[in-house]
Design a protein around this ligand. Structure first.
Ligand SMILES: [Zn+2]
Ligand SMILES: [Zn+2]
Length: 269
């Protein structure tokens, strides 16, 4: 049965077509992100964890943020740090039912996504993006959010990124239950909230048979719990899950001096 679209979602679609656009960061008329604010988008540094994508003092295979956690995805990448104009775009999407905002995000993140896909294909000899080694999918929408907007922004973003990289996109995951909203919850609460929320779609086996690698797309990586649960479902179906988000929350990277001080403190009770 098709979910009923609320009037607010219909109105949002109409307003998207007729209202003049304003920069989500500074309000300048003309486009969703003006040239000056777009220049403030910050990409993640090359010095980061290859597993969870957290920036650190140098590239590493696991970091203080993900070590000891049962992360099911092989790698997590993001186009931008979740601050400034990137955060303004994501927040604007949450409160306005405008598909064109998600199109803007897909356009901005597209080049980074294509680079990540190429590097993953290059790391696995015998497959390449051109041979269809990677399938793009997304985190299933929360019923409340999807009804409010009339669309699932993770799906729109995934489909936009897939088009940019010339890859196929298909739904693989479905929601079994709709937990509480994740915002405002800590990591352990988020993990408990999403556990058991997803399952493989009935037709996913057939769709995914031609692919070994799957890229799960979402708008923001915060603690990674929702994406991790999606990855767990896919790995149980013999697929190799990777994660890509438009933005990622980042914690300040400790300097060597502060690390030395922390060690000194531990030694002197
Ligand atoms: Zn601006
Ligand atoms: Zn890590």
């Amino acid at each position: 049965m098709r979910a009923q679209t609320r009037p607010s979602a219909v109105l949002g679609g109409l307003l998207d077509l007729v209202l003049p656009r304003r920069c989500v960061q500074c309000g300048t008329a003309g486009e969703w992100l003006c040239g000056r604010c777009a220049a403030d988008l910050r990409t993640l540094p090359a010095e980061r964890c290859r597993h969870c994508g957290a920036p650190d003092r140098f590239a590493m295979s696991s970091c203080r943020e993900c070590r000891g956690r049962g992360l099911w995805f092989v790698s997590a990448s993001a186009a931008f740090t979740y601050e400034g104009p990137a955060r303004a775009l994501v927040m604007a999407c949450k409160f306005r039912a405008y598909r064109s905002l998600v199109d803007e995000m897909a356009q901005r993140a597209g080049p980074c996504f294509a680079t990540v896909v190429e590097s993953l294909a290059g790391a696995a000899p015998g497959t390449s993006s051109a041979e269809g080694g990677t399938l793009v999918t997304w985190v299933p929408g929360h019923r409340d959010h999807t009804l409010e907007r009339g669309f699932n922004q993770a799906e729109l973003l995934a489909r936009g990124l897939a088009r940019h990289a010339g890859l196929p996109a298909a739904p693989l995951l479905r929601r079994l239950r709709h937990g509480a909203r994740q915002s405002g919850l800590g990591r352990a609460q988020r993990a408990a909230n999403v556990h058991g929320s997803f399952a493989l779609r009935e037709d996913a086996d057939r769709v995914a048979r031609a692919f070994s690698r799957v890229m799960i797309v979402d708008d923001v990586y915060t603690t990674g719990e929702t994406l991790n649960h999606g990855a767990e479902v896919l790995i149980n179906a013999d697929l190799e899950p990777h994660v890509f988000t438009f933005a990622r929350t980042v914690r300040p990277v400790p300097s060597q001096t502060s690390l030395d001080n922390a060690v000194r403190k531990e030694r002197c009770p």
